[in-house]
Write a new protein. Structure first.
Length: 93
């Protein structure tokens, strides 16, 4: 009986870690959804200095690559222009 209780305790502890992971994933997903929603607005801010090709290519890349989207969102405006040009020319390296 004692062994069964110990096994149940271990199982519950493991489930707690899994639940924590799911909660963190949901938070990250919410952040990504918010950043994706703001992406077009952020690109519009720098639009005048970029070609249509650069903007659309950056949009396609950033909307599907969450790590790059986070980096882009944290950049100052001048860096965003250079970054979008680089993505438009070279894509992801």
């Amino acid at each position: 009986m004692e062994e069964e209780i110990e096994n149940i305790s271990v199982s519950i502890a493991a489930m707690g870690h899994k639940i924590d992971g799911l909660v963190n994933a949901a938070k990250d997903n919410g952040e990504v959804v918010e950043l994706q929603a703001k992406l077009a607005f952020e690109l519009q801010k720098v639009r005048g200095q970029l070609s249509d090709r650069d903007v659309f290519r950056a949009l396609n890349i950033l909307a599907t690559n969450y790590d790059l989207l986070r980096v882009f969102s944290a950049m100052p405006r001048e860096m965003k222009v250079a970054y979008v040009r680089d993505l438009g020319t070279y894509g992801i390296r």
